[in-house]
Write a protein that binds this ligand. Structure first.
Ligand code: TXA
Ligand code: MG
Length: 344
């Protein structure tokens, strides 16, 4: 199959919507990352999504809607907290887990009686959903376990020849995935930190349970496989250094120097300030932006990780970041991309 790269003109979006209605797969930009879309009510399209990604059938998909008013298409009951959050944050980077309507195939929800719903804020995603006139199931448009795509080039690097088309809408503005909140538990449970911060959620609905990081045993239960420990992963070794800021920088210098002395090619993925402090070392580096700007660091994270990975370093280093606001999601993705976590 030849994967078509489409622009964002109305004609291209109409073509993409037509492909979706016919059961084909189309990748498209959202405000978080690129999604791999297929008609949510078409079992064959859903099966094709899992096949194209190499995703285990036990990992459920998010259903994307043009508007919150479409929720009754996929759910039998809207929990009051879900209604409050939809009013506050949709369209936007928030996915709400609600009871599944029988018309949503069980293959979408991996057999669950709940379904994940999201109304994306990206204009291209919105136009596509309106034109398709149907709920669109869309996981991130990467091969399973890889780093999520924030550009059409990233999508093609993983899925060229496996999907009908990708709409190239440029780099995605938020850069990390949506927050996933289970609204069927009381209090609601944060399953994946993302583009809407925990602080923003609690300001609207009060207390939220934060799901502890799963153990390998629990992963078999698959409460949300996006929580799988090693996920969002680069191809090369990534060591994440945690602890007090000054100690972290000293430890990175120490480990990087030791690796260099051993003849290894060393990469670092760090805030600007840290890179400046390490500039005497011969490192392959990718800058995330100033540490004071988590939104910019989020936007750059996956592209920087891919770019560094492509330079074939024997070992990469990153640092743990502050957990406030978007930092929680950044920290979560770094921990899951890491092959090794070290306390400085
Ligand atoms: O920002 C995003 O959410 C992107 C864009 C494309 O919308 N999508 C995305 O999809 O990240 P995906 O499939 O990569 O991640 C969806 C996450 C997974 O961790 C999945 O396990 C969880 O949502 N999920 C989906 N349905 C669920 C359900 N019924 N119960 C619990 N977790 C669910
Ligand atoms: Mg994903």
């Amino acid at each position: 199959m030849n994967t078509q790269r489409l622009d964002t003109s109305p004609a291209s979006i109409a073509l993409a919507a037509d492909l979706l209605r016919r059961g084909e797969l189309v990748a498209f930009p959202t405000e978080t990352v690129y999604g791999l879309g297929g008609h949510a009510f078409d079992e064959r399209a859903v099966a094709a999504i899992f096949a194209a990604k190499g995703r285990p059938a036990a990992d459920p998909l998010i259903v994307h809607l043009a508007a919150a008013a479409d929720l009754p298409l996929i759910t039998t009951a809207i929990p009051p907290v879900a209604a409050q959050l939809a009013a506050a944050f949709w369209p936007g980077p928030l996915t709400l887990i609600v009871p599944r309507h029988p018309r949503v195939p069980l293959s979408v929800t991996a057999g669950r009686d709940t379904v994940a719903a999201r109304v994306p804020a990206h204009p291209v995603a919105h136009q596509l959903l309106v034109a398709a006139g149907a709920p669109i199931a869309a996981p991130s448009a990467n091969r399973f376990g890889h780093t999520s795509p924030t550009t059409a080039d990233h999508v093609l690097a993983d899925l060229d020849g496996r999907i009908a088309a990708v709409i190239d809408g440029g780099a995605t503005p938020i850069g990390i995935e949506s927050t996933v909140l289970d609204c069927t538990s009381s209090p609601p449970t944060l399953l994946r930190p993302g583009g809407i911060s925990l602080e923003a959620l609690t300001a609207v609905i009060g207390p939220v349970q934060v799901r502890a990081r799963p153990t390998t045993e629990e992963q078999r239960g698959l409460a949300s496989p996006g929580l799988l420990d090693r996920h969002y992963a680069p191809d090369h070794e990534l060591w994440l250094i945690c602890g007090p800021p000054a100690a972290v920088l000293a430890r990175i210098r120490h480990e990087a120097s030791a690796a260099l002395a051993a003849g290894l090619r060393v990469g670092v993925l760090l805030p600007d300030e840290d890179l400046a402090a390490l500039r005497d070392l011969p490192l392959e580096s990718e800058a995330l932006g100033p540490a004071s700007d988590p939104a910019l660091m989020s936007q750059r994270l996956y592209a920087a990780l891919r770019a560094l990975d492509e330079r074939q370093p024997d070992r990469m280093f990153a640092r743990d970041l502050d957990e406030a606001g978007l930092g929680r999601a950044l920290r979560d993705r770094l921990r899951r991309a890491a092959t090794r976590v070290i306390e400085a």
